[in-house]
Design a protein around this ligand. Structure first.
Ligand code: FE2
Length: 658
């Protein structure tokens, strides 16, 4: 691998100054995935040959707009308080203007420590000063003056008032002040099973961490920023208090393990997705996240004692061409689900907005783009895995499939690690799929580079799904199976047209584009609706399947998939041997945790709704969150408006369609 770095010099228009653009890492030709075509590397930068034209990366591919280093402001203790510098020298970034909001708070204040920002100070030329005199006397509700330690929570907004970041740090002293080792992000309780869990967190600087649970200590002794601490030998269906000790500070939360596999004990889980930003106003856009609605959803989930939240994609606006920008937005999502996610596991799947790309300037708004590479550490899938700690029991990758350009070596495809998986809660299994694996956002319109389609499940994921469903079907401890994926199989609003769901607007003509598939082998790739039918056939083999839970469309819809449901638009595609649905299941879409709403759009299964409710039973653009009340063999669905707490829909989920 080439390690030399180089600098791009660009005349900053209008300013008359030079900015240095330094790509994160110079590439060589050997790092361009063999599945892509027309990409060549020059001076460490990937370029695209499109016809006679050479396309260069959009500047955003090479230089971030924001980094975590810049936005967290590197607070430093002074005699009077703290100085912040909102800058990142590596990329020449500086937050010229803005506002720093801040407050004291303490993790022990209630089950869900939420800061109430009380003061603000301007950010000028990247610099801000926090005066601890502001937080004395009648504002010192945590007793820091006496204890000589405490915690500052803060919010960073830019010069136009847009919220960019929320952070916190622990401090000691009462003048001079010192920033201590602090939990900057987390703790998150993740990968919870009936006997184990993982506590994941990030610190403000490299240090060891210790978890104390039930008088047992779990050390993460190596000084590091990020820690994932496995907790084992837990009893099923039990609550545990746990304490995080980092530096001289401790925080205490609790977690609950899953019931024993096969348990008939009632529990509730909730489902939602799509919390990307809506309008550019206040918390509805906290750096790509609709933190206003997402936090309401977390409050509601916790108030209703949900055991876990399944959140399947579009955590943030994303689609970035830069790893730092993507991580900043994912951090905003993680900040918004805290502190509830310190107690309740949130299982996250990938959507189209988790896409992370190389984008080349072809004159269009977003450019020509493909999943970013090298896949091992820069793909959408790799960055998702680095930010979200999820189970890793899915397929490995598409390596080894017949279209693998190098069948005997790995690394020709991104990982499925942490983005395709399943987990079991009592008598219920949740299978999480990735309908956006290796997605090339420019497809199917522009095949210059290639990649996978939105909503197309490739062979290895399909094979894994078939095997996993067969195993769960045979498992006597499992009564109910759910599948969750970001894009709907049956769109009802927003994604009914075009290749932006598993319906592909009714067309079968779209296929993934891989350079390794020669023209005479193209017919071996099933068309997009043929692949959907293969997938549906696998679903129908699972008698325990109760529902497919989707997002992507920013509305709530409940569709009964049953015998007779129209599966084709004969004007576009009608196979000789059409698939027939032989097993009923619910298809639930809830992409309503913040993203802008969609109205209903006609599709073969929803014509004349609401006069005709043969298949589509409910539709709403409200900010819905679904609660599945599992009680042994029975499940009840309750859908609640997370803003008004009104009931939107309620139905006996089992037996399906009765
Ligand atoms: Fe989406």
């Amino acid at each position: 691998m080439k390690t030399s770095r180089f600098a791009w010099v660009l005349l900053a228009a209008g300013l008359g100054i030079f900015l240095t653009l330094t790509p994160a890492r110079a590439l060589d030709q050997g790092q361009v995935p063999a599945i892509y075509k027309n990409i060549f590397v020059q001076n460490g930068i990937p370029l695209v040959k499109k016809g006679e034209k050479i396309l260069h990366p959009l500047p955003s591919s090479l230089r971030p707009k924001y980094t975590i280093t810049m936005l967290q402001g590197s607070p430093k203790g002074t005699a009077k308080g703290f100085d912040f510098l909102f800058a990142d020298r590596e990329f020449g970034l500086n937050l010229n203007q803005g506002t720093l909001f801040y407050s004291l708070w303490q993790p022990a204040e209630g089950r869900f420590p939420l800061p109430k920002y009380r003061f603000d100070t301007p950010i000028k030329n990247g610099f801000a000063r926090l005066d601890m005199d502001d937080l004395k006397g009648k504002f010192d509700f945590i007793g820091w003056e006496k204890q000589k330690k405490g915690m500052i929570y803060y919010r960073v907004a830019d010069g136009r008032g847009r919220i960019l970041y929320e952070g916190r740090f622990a401090f000691s002293g009462n003048g001079p002040f010192k920033v201590d080792v602090s939990v900057a992000e987390g703790p998150f309780v993740v990968k919870v099973t009936d006997s184990s869990a993982v506590i994941a967190l990030k610190l403000n600087r490299k240090a060891p961490v210790k978890i104390i649970l039930d008088k047992r200590g779990f050390d993460s002794p190596n000084p590091a920023f990020a820690h994932k601490i496995p907790i084992d030998m837990l009893e099923p269906g039990r609550s545990y208090t746990y304490t995080v000790a980092a530096g001289g500070h401790i925080e205490t939360y609790s977690l609950a393990t899953a019931p024993a596999q096969g348990s008939q004990k009632p529990f509730t889980f909730c489902f939602g997705s799509d919390s990307r930003n809506s309008i550019n106003s206040g918390e509805r856009n906290m750096n790509g996240v609709n933190a206003y609605v997402l936090r309401r959803a977390m409050v509601l989930a916790s108030f209703k004692n949900a055991a876990f939240l399944q959140f399947t994609g579009d955590t943030m606006t994303g689609y970035k061409a830069n790893i730092h920008d993507q991580k900043v937005q994912m951090t905003a999502f993680k900040r918004a689900i805290l502190p509830w996610a310190s107690r309740m596991p949130v299982f996250v799947g990938m959507g189209n907005h988790e896409s992370l790309v190389w984008a080349w300037d072809d004159g269009s708004e977003y450019g020509l783009s493909c999943d970013r590479f090298p896949f091992a550490d820069q793909s959408a899938e790799a960055i998702f895995a680095s930010e979200f700690v999820m189970p890793e029991n899915g397929p490995i990758s598409e390596d080894g499939a017949w279209y693998d350009p190098n069948p005997h070596t790995d690394g020709d495809f991104p990982t499925y690690k942490g983005n395709v998986f399943y987990y079991i809660w009592g008598n219920t299994a949740m299978v999480v799929l990735n309908t956006h694996y290796l997605m090339g956002p420019s497809l199917p319109k522009d095949k210059t580079v290639g990649g996978n389609l939105w909503g197309y499940l490739l062979d290895n994921q399909i094979a894994w799904l078939a095997k996993t469903l067969a195993d769960l079907e045979k498992n006597p401890k499992i009564d109910h199976i759910f599948i969750t994926q970001h894009t709907p199989v049956f769109p009802n609003g927003g994604h009914g047209r075009g290749a932006r769901s598993m319906w592909f607007g009714g067309s079968n003509k779209f296929k993934p584009v891989f350079n390794s598939v020669k023209p005479d082998a193209k017919q071996k790739i099933p068309g997009c609706l043929e692949r959907r039918d293969q997938y549906l056939k696998i679903l129908m083999s699972a008698q325990k399947l109760r529902g497919v839970l989707c997002g992507d469309e920013h509305n709530y819809s409940r569709l009964l998939v049953k015998e007779g449901i129209p599966l084709y638009d004969p004007a576009k595609y009608q196979p000789k041997d059409p698939l027939k649905i032989t097993k009923s299941f619910w298809h639930i879409t809830i992409g309503t945790v913040g993203a802008p709403y969609y109205a209903k759009v006609d599709a073969p299964w929803n014509l004349d709704y609401p006069a005709n409710t043969d298949y589509l039973k409910a539709f709403s653009p409200r900010k819905a969150l679904a609660f599945f009340h599992v009680n042994g063999k029975n499940i009840n669905l309750e859908v609640v408006d997370s803003l008004t707490l009104e009931l939107i829909d309620q139905v006996e989920f089992t037996p399906v369609g009765q």
